[in-house]
Design a protein around this ligand. Structure first.
Ligand SMILES: Nc1ncnc2c1ncn2[C@@H]1O[C@H](COP(=O)(O)OP(=O)(O)OP(=O)(O)O)[C@@H](O)[C@H]1O
Length: 405
């Protein structure tokens, strides 16, 4: 329905994205994602004809979009941009009715059909209660709904939205993205930019990843959103994207930070009491992180893993089967994992390895993990920790139980 062909977008003295070839059909959502300044808005504004292509073209069906007359285009395409608009003294109804302008002619009188469409558009976005309310007095989420209703009142075949969730709380973000999903099934093609990739992944039929002045990847999100691609897309150094779960975890970059702290201490102390002729390391000891061993499984360790990571502990987790959700989380965090192959009994060698690591730890944390035949050796780790005077903490899911260690 809409396609771009060898499209280059940009400004007078710059090409922001080159050779863009995308298409979106009715009943589909195409999400454009990428880091700040990558060119998402420039691309959307070009598709919406606010900017002229530098090369190539955008087509609706087989018509070049930039050749369409504004009134004709307004019946085919509606655009909701991020800018906060403040129409003077207008109600929700008044704002939505602007969407009927392409149909109302010069005098702008609303027919019975126009009025029905305005009400229906408000219903679609669940904003009937806002029709009488002054647009000034609405919350950001309410305004966003009204702006989308205005776009829907245009009865467009294509709906373009630039960051529609940017001012919304978590609940309204989800509500809005579900609304887009619902709308896309009403014979509308939707192109949307989103910063929240977790939501994007869950609503997009197709995704275009924008970086390095080009479309880095384009296709089904499930195919293209690999850890490697997403890490590269955002240039992640402190976090990793987990493609199975579809979210980010902070990496276990403890050691790097400690070295930085160590150097900072060094600089401060050099001005004061360090005798430069003596061995520096004997005078300054870098803070050593406490070592914690976590035994968990089935997702019972996720909160503890994040808590200890945030608080700078040196973490080992085990023994986890490779198909366990706690394994996936630990792997994304780049934590030291003692693991066993999926669905296999824990081998003696793995168990000895775990005991060896555990014996070097200050704290042993065990969650209420489900115990079955294949992981019952983890219970023996509890006994091992007891007999080796390692501080034992049972994690019941509440962070309170992890305080003051
Ligand atoms: N009016 C303009 N004139 C010249 N350059 C511009 C203009 N608007 C944006 N740019 C530049 O074009 C590039 C892409 O900007 P764009 O706003 O499209 O990125 P974006 O991916 O939408 O970013 P963000 O996620 O921060 O909204 C940036 O380098 C930006 O500085």
């Amino acid at each position: 329905m809409l396609k771009t062909e060898n499209l280059t977008v940009g400004y007078a003295n710059s090409e922001v994205l080159t050779n863009v070839n995308l298409n979106v059909h009715k009943n589909e959502i195409l999400c454009i994602i990428g880091p700040n300044g990558a060119g998402k808005s420039t691309l959307l504004k070009t598709i919406a004809t606010y900017l002229t292509p530098k090369k190539g073209a955008v087509y609706i069906n087989s018509n070049k979009i930039h050749n369409l007359k504004p009134a004709q285009l307004a019946k085919e395409m509606a655009v909701v941009l991020t800018d906060r608009i403040n129409p003077a003294n207008m109600t929700g109804y008044d704002v939505i009715s602007i969407g009927r302008h392409p149909y109302t002619g010069l005098l702008g009188r609303l027919s019975k059909k126009d009025k029905e469409i305005i009400l229906h558009s408000a219903e679609l976005v669940n904003a009937t209660k806002l029709l009488e309310k002054n647009f000034f007095e609405m919350s950001d989420g309410e305004r966003q709904k009204i702006m989308i209703a205005r776009a829907l009142a245009q009865e467009p075949e294509i709906l373009i939205l630039d960051e529609p969730t940017s001012f919304l709380d978590a609940n309204h973000k989800i509500e809005l993205t579900l609304l887009l999903r619902k709308l896309s099934k009403k014979d509308i093609a939707i192109i949307v930019t989103l910063h929240d990739i977790e939501l994007a992944l869950r609503i997009a039929d197709k995704m275009a990843l924008v970086k390095d002045n080009k479309i880095l990847a384009y296709g089904y999100p499930e195919d293209i959103m690999t850890s490697e691609t997403v890490n590269y897309l955002y240039g992640l150094t402190e976090a990793n994207y987990n493609e199975q779960i579809g979210y980010f975890e902070l990496k276990n970059t403890n050691k790097v930070k400690l070295n930085a702290d160590f150097n900072a201490d060094l600089n401060v102390n050099l001005d004061k009491d360090i005798n430069l002729n003596d061995d520096l390391e004997s005078q300054i000891s870098a803070p050593t992180p406490k070592k914690v061993f976590i035994t968990c499984g089935g997702g019972t360790g996720a909160k503890a893993l994040r808590y200890f990571k945030k608080n700078g502990y040196d973490i080992t987790v085990g023994i986890l089967h490779e198909n366990d959700i706690d394994y996936a989380i630990s792997k994304t965090m780049e934590i030291n994992i003692i693991s066993e192959k999926s669905f296999s009994n824990i081998e003696n060698e793995t168990f000895e390895n775990a005991k060896n690591e555990l014996s070097k730890c200050d704290i042993f944390v065990y969650s209420n993990f489900p115990v079955g035949e294949i992981n019952q050796k983890n219970n023996e780790l509890v006994e091992f920790a007891k007999s080796n005077d390692i501080k034992l903490v049972q994690f019941d899911g509440s962070i309170d139980s992890l305080q003051n260690l």
